[in-house]
Ligand binder design. Structure first.
Ligand SMILES: Nc1ncnc2c1ncn2[C@@H]1O[C@H](COP(=O)(O)OP(=O)(O)OP(=O)(O)O)[C@@H](O)[C@H]1O
Length: 287
């Protein structure tokens, strides 16, 4: 027996005029899973996520989150969902604690406000006005607002943009803790290491189409992560893909220049999958 998915995208399509920006995208996210949606700028990630959040209406296809069509979502459903949008305008005049206290009242089983402030690393700034915080600190307020209601499904759209490396690592730990509580998470990110650290599975989207979907350590197919041995000698540069890199190295004569063994990362696999889509956006170029 299969359980009902926490999030279901079934042939989701969004057109603006003649342009299809999300094209027949289907995936399911199981309860408790962390899923990353990856893709270049303009790929259709935010549009997909916003259709699942109920903020945009699909041209065709269906969405379901916690068994509910987000277009018909009510307040009870909203209280079970956490959203960190790509950009948010907060009430700049309120302090960090005030804004979180305000939102905590809306949710039936909200987290403790001060614990949440500490979890996003803003304890020292709890009494500061949000408008006086740095961009990265304001982003942490967005994340705090996303988790304050103890959501069952958390949507994170590029949550760590503007974070310094230390803040990003602290955020990863926070998200691991949120995931360990059983929260289902849909994350979009341009940081492939972030996806690798946090996500169980990922989908790669480009030009509105889902190109690949799998576990983050398997995406791109069985051979995508096969180690590569590279070296140079008098006859030129060599590259061999092999599951036995040590055996290849042992057969080399002398001490070849530039010898390296590389296990392709998620970023390498991503770049080879999206190929020319990364900088090829004909519709925009034509506009
Ligand atoms: N309201 C709109 N009207 C027309 N086109 C739109 C509208 N909203 C988004 N688009 C277009 O849809 C495409 C997908 O945008 P989307 O924001 O979903 O991409 P993304 O993958 O989230 O990109 P990024 O990584 O830059 O945030 C873009 O080409 C964008 O210009």
């Amino acid at each position: 027996m299969t359980t009902a998915p926490a999030v279901l995208a079934d042939g989701l399509t969004k057109r603006y005029g003649a342009r299809t920006v999300v094209d027949d995208v289907s995936f399911r996210i199981e309860p408790g899973e962390t899923f990353a949606l990856l893709g270049p700028n303009g790929a259709g990630k935010s549009t997909t996520v916003e259709m699942l959040e109920g903020f945009r209406t699909p041209t065709s296809g269906a969405a379901s989150v916690l068994g509910v069509d987000p277009r018909h979502a009510d307040r009870a459903w909203r209280s079970r969902i956490g959203v960190v949008l790509q950009s948010t305008g907060q009430a700049d005049a309120l302090t960090v604690r005030e804004i979180l206290t305000h939102f905590a009242r809306v949710f039936p089983s909200a987290r403790d406000v001060d614990e949440t402030i500490a979890a996003v690393g803003l304890a020292e700034h709890a009494k500061r006005r949000v408008g006086k915080l740095s961009g990265g600190q304001q982003r942490r307020v967005d994340v705090a607002l996303g988790i304050i209601g103890r959501p069952e499904v958390l949507f994170l759209d590029e949550p760590t943009t503007g974070f310094d490396p230390q803040a990003r690592r602290a955020f990863w730990q926070l998200i691991r803790d949120v995931a360990a509580d059983g929260t289902t998470i849909l994350l979009t990110t341009h940081y492939l290491d972030e996806a690798e650290q946090l996500a169980d599975r990922a989908g790669i989207i480009a030009g509105g189409r889902l190109l690949a979907i799998d576990r983050t350590d398997r995406i791109g197919g069985a051979d995508a992560r096969t180690p590569i041995v590279r070296w140079s000698d008098a006859s030129g540069h060599h590259e061999v893909r092999t599951h036995e890199p040590a055996a290849v190295v042992r057969q080399l004569r002398g001490e070849p220049a530039d010898l390296e063994i590389v296990r392709p990362s998620l970023e390498d696999v991503y770049l080879s999958l999206i190929g020319d889509d990364a900088d090829d956006q004909p519709e925009e170029a034509a506009a």
